[in-house]
Design a protein around this ligand. Structure first.
Ligand code: SAM
Length: 246
């Protein structure tokens, strides 16, 4: 962006959002610039991982009327829904709990008897509550990983995580979310994600080899199936875990 365009944008924001809005946007911009610099260098990258605030990123994104992303649009959205609806039907799953339901566009295609969606973004929860205002089978709750203490109150036969794991940038949030997911499942966990370690210049994306973590931390779950994505330009595949009974 040229200096002139930059100044024009600043004036535009000041006119529409006032001086406070401009100050807040400037702070956000500077924070992103610093994080990008930290990310670009291998030595400082761990600091970026620790400092990146996923909740602020997603909340701002949904508050700005942006959506969950291209993964829950068009044919790819249908591909995800077809696999999950067939799985739920064939395995007679009654209860589904999703960590990171987003704006709810993907869930519009879900055919589940009973569904709970958890989200870190208040605006996304608001959107889901409006989108499914008359749907008695779907409930939504705000999810705040450090303050989520679930001792069996929330449990489902199938726990879902769809294109969320590669957004868990900091290690503490990744570990807490994985524990909350597996501990809430009475039978299956399905993760739809990439599965290799790779930093990316997109600050809200960090690819992780999560299957090693699952193997170490949740030995009572077996990886029973991996379904490759039909869309070559997408990074996620389905990983189906089943809890050992007895
Ligand atoms: C790419 S969107 C996917 C949304 C939805 N699962 C879908 O497939 O359409 C990623 C979502 O993960 C949510 N998210 C980020 N960190 C999370 C966490 N620690 N736990 C649960 N959800 C999280 C974001 O707010 C965002 O809505």
């Amino acid at each position: 962006m040229s200096k002139a365009a930059f100044a024009r944008r600043a004036v535009e924001i000041a006119m529409t959002e006032g001086p406070r809005g401009l100050a807040s946007r400037t702070t956000t911009f500077l924070r992103w610039r610093i994080l990008a610099l930290l990310e670009a260098n291998e030595r400082t990258r761990p600091l970026y991982y620790r400092l990146f605030d996923s909740t602020s990123y997603w909340e701002q994104r949904y508050a700005d009327s942006r959506d969950s992303g291209p993964g829950s649009r068009g044919g790819h959205r249908q591909f995800k829904a077809d696999f999950l609806n067939t799985f739920v039907d064939e395995n007679e799953v009654e209860t589904v709990l999703e960590f990171g339901c987003g704006d709810g566009v993907q869930i519009e295609l879900a055919e589940y008897p009973s569904y709970i969606g958890l989200e870190i973004s208040e605006s996304a929860i608001q959107e889901c509550s409006e989108r499914f205002a008359t749907d008695e089978t779907k409930s939504f709750f705000l999810y705040d990983p450090p303050y989520f203490v679930n001792r069996g109150a929330l449990e489902a036969e199938l726990v879902l995580s769809l294109e969320v794991v590669f957004h868990l940038v900091d290690d503490a949030t990744f570990e807490k979310t994985m524990h909350d997911m597996f501990e809430a499942s009475s039978k299956y966990v399905i993760i739809f994600s990439s599965n290799h370690n790779e930093p990316t210049p997109e600050l809200h994306v960090r690819h992780r080899r999560f299957t090693d973590y699952v193997e170490d931390e949740f030995p009572n779950f077996d990886l029973v199936e991996k379904i490759e994505n039909e869309y070559e330009n997408r990074v996620s595949d389905f990983y189906v875990y089943e809890k050992q009974m007895g």
